[in-house]
Design a protein around this ligand. Structure first.
Ligand code: GLN
Length: 528
């Protein structure tokens, strides 16, 4: 297994994750078995307990790991399902080291960052699934951060232990100064200097800028970083991030990576990817724009709904429609139908806690009554069921136990078997579970399959005692766990597209393989 380590310089939010994901796709298209992992320096055990306002979406893998949203980029670009082997935080590293210490695992030794913490990190990297040729490891944070030092020290050691099989890529910002009309290489020079002080010499520098940088600046960066000019790869801001692999390929990125890692592989076959990009561009020229409202509590942090936005874009590429997202803050919205004027589809995404629930219920009611194509995801499905119970089944006070424990109608309640689970970290129903689709349902038709597998992240469930009243009033339970104990999906029968799912379809959509539920939503929205 060869290793590619990706670090970031100058500032955060540079798109290191996209660079890693795009490189992964390029290598995959060259026939190389590749995978990716993200090492995050923060002390949380996983991002599951972090607020989406601060950290954006929590991405969930098939095996139930709650991860950084960069894993979503890796999966979408590389079209590979990742696992808990692709995510490590300082919190996990320290938990493992401390558990080992308490169990006497260090045989009386003084437990230290070097070698014990670094050893734990190295083992995590070395013990990746063995069937890959190349493992891309992205280090979160920016060079110079205190938190990331053990990770950098660990990869430095791997660089020494597996000298010929390692490659260090440093992604940095090259700012443009309007006043002097030029790009500045100095921040990159300083960042590289800092990296070298930690014992890591970058082999390739990826420069992030909004506009192309001049050859002079590239040459300067190469000179000061002690690398050849063809190892300075430009990564400029593009209209669509899915164009990144093509741009990086034209820059010779994958060529130089293969050359440096001594990988003999044919040129990448990017025809499918190019077709997808062509489709996405046609969308702009075809002039069908769909206004899709996302009604959620975390809309001030767009990254909180990243996979949903991407899923809508993927479905847009395939259905020929440009998606225009209308962000509706469920907490502060006016409960007035005018807010949905001109809206072609409504998505109520997942979430936690009772803030903004009234707005979400209003959105569900509006979509139901006005026959607007609707997709409720996780909490979105739960709220759609509550709204239906309140306004169609006349169950006064119907609510979720999450919001009102004393509700007379706990239409959504704690998951059977999880009543006694305390604590908030990793205690939900997480990861992929099978779901049987009901014959004759819209879902069965959309998926074209009797059984599907989708990823979950929730604690509450539809209360089975209310199934009958819901169904006699026109709600169809269109998906169930194989033992029929858990309702996984609902739909309304007298509506063109009113779908709620307890799982998260957005984690499985790919740019060239849109998810059937998002595609179905947009297709109905086009007709609407
Ligand atoms: N808060 C709800 C639950 O725990 C929904 C979770 C979600 O939307 N991901 O069941």
């Amino acid at each position: 297994m060869r290793h590619i380590f990706i670090t970031g310089g100058v500032c955060s939010g540079l798109g290191k994750g996209i660079t890693a994901a795009a490189l992964g796709r390029l290598l995959k298209q060259r026939g190389i078995k590749v995978s990716a992992q993200k090492l995050d320096p923060y002390m949380n055990v996983d991002p599951g307990t972090m607020s989406p306002f601060q950290h954006g979406e929590v991405f969930v893998t098939d095996d139930g790991a709650e991860t950084d949203l960069d894993l979503g980029h890796y999966e979408r670009f590389m079209d590979e399902s990742l696992s808990k082997h692709s995510t490590l935080t300082s919190g996990q590293v320290y938990s493992r080291v401390l558990a080992k210490e308490r169990a006497g695992g260090y045989l009386g030794g003084t437990v230290q960052v070097i070698p014990h913490v670094t050893e734990e990190i190295k083992n995590f990297i070395y013990n990746y699934k063995t069937d890959v040729d190349v493992l891309i490891t992205e280090i979160g944070g920016t060079i110079g951060d205190i938190e990331s030092q053990p990770f950098l020290e660990a990869i430095r050691q791997i660089g020494l232990e597996k000298e010929k099989e390692c490659l260090f890529i440093h992604v940095t910002l090259v700012p443009y100064l309007k006043a002097s009309g030029e790009h500045k290489s100095k921040p990159t020079q300083h960042s590289v200097k800092e990296l070298r002080a930690l014992g890591i010499t970058p082999d390739i520098i990826v420069t992030r800028a909004d506009e192309p940088i001049s050859d002079d600046v590239k040459t300067k960066i190469a000179l000061f970083s002690n690398i050849k000019c063809n190892c300075v790869i430009e990564n400029i801001t593009l209209p669509s991030l899915y164009e990144t692999p093509l741009m990086l390929n034209e820059e010779g990125f994958d060529d130089v990576v293969c050359e440096k890692l001594n990988l003999s592989a044919s040129k990448p076959d990017l025809s499918e990817w190019r077709n997808m990009i062509a489709l996405s561009k046609q969308v702009n020229s075809r002039n069908i724009t769909l206004n899709v409202a996302i009604v959620g509590k975390y809309v001030s942090c767009r990254d909180a709904y990243l996979s949903i936005v991407e899923s809508l874009n993927h479905a847009g590429f395939a259905s020929g429609a440009k998606v225009n997202i209308i962000w509706v803050d469920s907490e502060n919205m006016q409960l007035d139908s005018a807010i949905f004027g001109g809206v072609d589809a409504i998505v109520v995404p997942g979430g936690f806690g009772d803030r903004g629930i009234t707005g979400k219920i209003f959105a569900c009611k509006f979509a139901r009554e006005n026959k607007i194509p609707f997709l409720g995801i996780c909490l979105g499905m739960q709220v759609a069921v509550i709204e239906f119970a309140l306004n169609v089944c006349n169950l006064i006070g119907a609510d979720s136990a999450e919001f009102t424990e004393s509700t007379p109608h706990p239409i959504i309640h704690t998951m059977p078997g999880q009543e006694n689970l305390l604590g908030s970290g990793g205690t939900m129903r997480l990861g992929a579970y099978p779901c049987n689709l009901t014959d004759g349902s819209l879902l069965r038709k959309l998926y074209g399959l009797p059984q599907i597998s989708e990823r979950h992240r929730h604690r509450y469930e539809l209360n089975n005692s209310y199934r009958e009243i819901l169904t006699t009033n026109g709600m169809l339970i269109s998906g169930n766990s194989p033992d029929n104990t858990l309702a996984e999906a609902i739909e309304l029968q007298n509506h063109p597209y009113f779908v709620g799912v307890q799982y998260h379809p957005e984690f499985k959509s790919r740019p060239n393989k849109p998810h059937p539920l998002f595609l179905g939503l947009l297709e109905k929205a086009i007709n609407h």
